[in-house]
Ligand binder design. Structure first.
Ligand code: 4AD
Ligand code: MG
Length: 474
């Protein structure tokens, strides 16, 4: 294959007079009597390079087949552009048609709805919007690795197949090689797993945290970055059945250290996008969400609010007293609904909030129990835990984290109280048995971060091939 120059480099170089070869897909074609203008995009940038072809030099049949979506190789001379909007263009000497694009190309028309494009997830990647989103996605992944690497964290690979339900919500997809048409059961009617592939009931992981803690208590500080799976049947614009999560786990961290890391980490990612994805963000700011750039800039320049749950409930109750209506109740002890989170973030504080010290009953078993019970309306409430969720404008919860209970006895107490099968947890408990240490960690939903950074409204549109209830095409 001839050596090609990527469009991003052609546009950057501005080396007028040099000969270049570009290869890519036709975005638009415009004919005049004597010349044809072809805008080519090769995915390396949101910007197209314009090719100008003198019709008399090219085969008429081939030129007819150059339509939106067709794939070409163009050899030509880089010249200063006559038209507005671009600095250079290519005066074509040779055009090779790799693949024509018939009129039933689903991305032919501009301005299709997101719902329409989801039906063609295999082709939507070639549009400007999805090109921009996917380039930003790559940059965010890179920024995340860079952030942790530069801080001396080790990238730690946790298994996708597991026998433990980290979050205890029972929302796991089973993994089995059993013949589902002929399941062996014991006398009580329970399925026998002894003869299954792993010799026990196994599932896809909902979180790498438990194994991450094993890594951290050996290497000091680790992070995971991989797919996680949740069979929660929530058809919302914020939930996927398969999403990517980043889970740092750090020894010798208390709740303040953890919140500092959460805040610094998100700010680093957003700043990285602003510094490295300028063209794509400007495009999204123009086409998808006019407030995007302003919101991104405001987040990196603002201090996140740190708000104990009990204080949050007080603020919400005060709002209700003043006439604010919510669909769901928010009494002390309730799990906050997204309307409550969004009220606090978008209306009350108007900036990101890290909510802390939640009632024990609404959080996972591994969170460290607070020494003091909170006082609410003059009364002592139930025990709270050192959870630290980061709540974001437009998104709601973007990070879920906590200090971990390091006391063997307290942890066992929680495991028993919640009826978590102890035999599945023996290896996790060993971290508290042998050289237990204070430690903390969090999980950032990668696609929730992507929603924030791109301004896209639906989580199905920030991952190439979304997995949601009743949807695993492509
Ligand atoms: O709050 P979660 O459930 O926390 C954990 O899994 C902990 N084990 C993390 C840790 O401490 N290591 O999930 C963490 C984050 C959420 O804040 C949210 O951003 C994202 O994961 N998330 C989802 N993203 C997309 N689709 C879903 N169904 C999600 N569920 C959680
Ligand atoms: Mg959570």
């Amino acid at each position: 294959m001839q050596k090609r120059t990527k469009v991003v480099d052609v546009l950057k170089s501005g080396a007028v007079g040099s000969e270049v070869v570009v290869m890519g897909w036709v975005r638009t074609k415009r004919d005049s009597k004597t010349v044809v203008f072809i805008a080519i995009n090769d995915g390396s940038t949101i910007n197209n390079v314009q090719v100008v072809a003198d019709v008399t030099n090219f085969d008429e049949e081939m030129m007819k087949q150059i339509t939106t979506g067709a794939c070409l190789s163009v050899t030509g001379t880089l010249v200063e552009s006559q038209g507005a909007g671009q600095s250079v263009e290519i005066q074509a000497k040779d055009i090779k048609l790799f693949g024509a694009c018939p009129a039933d190309y689903p991305m032919q028309k501009k301005g299709q709805s997101m719902e329409y494009m989801r039906q063609y997830a295999h082709m939507r990647l070639r549009t400007n919007t999805f090109g921009a989103v996917m380039r930003i996605r790559h940059n965010m992944a890179f920024a995340i690795h860079k952030f942790f690497h530069d801080k001396g964290f080790f990238y730690f690979h946790t298994p996708l197949i597991t026998a433990s339900d980290c979050e205890g919500a029972g929302q796991m997809f089973q993994v089995t090689t059993k013949n589902l048409y002929d399941l062996k059961k014991d006398e009580k009617g329970s399925i026998i797993y002894d003869d299954d592939f792993f010799g026990k009931q196994a599932s896809l992981t909902v979180s790498g945290q438990l194994e991450g803690e094993l890594g951290a208590t050996a290497l000091g500080q680790i992070y995971t970055f991989g797919p996680t799976f949740r069979a929660e049947n929530s058809n919302t614009p914020r939930h996927l059945a398969e999403f990517w999560m980043i889970e740092p786990e750090v020894c010798f961290y208390d709740m303040d250290d953890l919140m500092n890391l959460e805040e610094e980490f998100i700010k680093h990612c957003v700043k990285w996008a602003l510094d490295n994805c300028k063209d794509d963000l400007e495009f999204l700011n123009k086409m998808i969400d006019k407030g995007l750039l302003e919101r991104l800039n405001s987040v990196i320049n603002t201090e996140f609010v740190r708000l104990p749950y009990t204080k949050g409930i007080e603020i919400l109750q005060e709002a209700i007293k003043n006439g604010r209506k919510f669909e769901f109740p928010c009494n002390w002890g309730d799990d906050l609904a997204s309307e409550h989170e969004r009220y606090l973030v978008e209306e009350h504080f108007k900036k990101p909030v890290i909510m802390t010290n939640y009632p024990k009953a609404i959080k996972a078993f591994y969170m460290k129990i607070d020494e003091k019970k909170p006082i609410y309306n003059g009364k002592e409430m139930e025990e709270t835990v050192q959870g630290t969720d980061v709540l974001f404008p437009q998104i709601g919860e973007i990070i879920g984290g906590s200090v971990r209970e390091e006391s063997y006895d307290k942890l066992i107490g929680e495991i028993n109280a919640r009826n978590i099968p102890m035999k599945d947890m023996w290896w996790y408990l060993d971290t508290r048995k042998f050289g237990s240490c204070p430690h903390a960690g969090f999980g950032l939903g990668f696609e929730r971060l992507m929603l924030f950074v791109t301004g896209m409204a639906n989580i199905r549109d920030v991952i190439p091939f979304p997995r949601t209830p009743k949807n695993a095409e492509f």
